[in-house]
Ligand binder design. Sequence first.
Ligand code: ADP
Ligand code: MG
Ligand code: ZN
Length: 243
Amino acid sequence: MRPVSAEGVRAEQAVSAPCAATSSEPVRPPHPEASPWRPRLHGSVEVITGSMFSGKTEELIRRLKRALYARQKVQAFKPRVDVRYDATRIVSHQALAVDAVAVATSQSLEARVEDGTQVVAIDEAQFFDRGIVDVCERLANRGIRVIAAGLDQDYLGRPFPPMPELMAIAEEVTKVHAVCTVCGAPASRSQRLIAETSTVLVGGAEAYEARCRICFVPRDDQRTVHEGDDDPTLVERRPLPAE
Ligand code: ADP
Ligand code: MG
Ligand code: ZN
């Protein structure tokens, strides 16, 4: 058998890779940086989205831990408005945590990204100003892998800016689901349980629960049916304070 060196394998791949021989299209010369064995520095934006309790932060932490195993330089950020659990760490509902810097604006996030950082993680991205979209774009253009987790909908089920824009510029969008606390189906919405009409109400299980499309009742249109009524999907299982 003919011995094959690493160089030989590469040379064969280089010859066999372009399969334009069967087509009449002119063969374009490869991009000078497109060598299969000298990968280009690829930045990208990944978005992890879904309702509350859907595991966005867990998934973000999972991806970060893998990057750390690969000895990549990672920086994690969260908006200063989100002080649930911990001011300097990203913490999931199951108490998984990674160190993070709390920043007030997208501008201050960008200013804190250090030279040599390969992965930038952003949790609760929906609480950032719209500038976060351009910041993610610029970071990715610098070759950084940006992973942003955030709610896709607010407490009324409306798209939660700037997540729609962030999803649009992302290379990859992962939608995760919680379990509906009423019927057990996959949940895509965050049911607000307390009377408060501001869009930003940072809270955990005391203020929200995960619901599917059918069991979700926007708080502005609250229909409360009590235990024992015919349709169990409309039962509010917690007493709600008066408006
Ligand atoms: P998110 O960041 O999307 O709010 P987290 O990653 O912080 O979610 O938390 C996900 C964890 O929340 C799950 O692993 C589970 O332990 C817990 N949890 C609590 N309520 C629910 C629910 N209704 N459906 C799924 N997970 C839930
Ligand atoms: Mg979270
Ligand atoms: Zn349901």
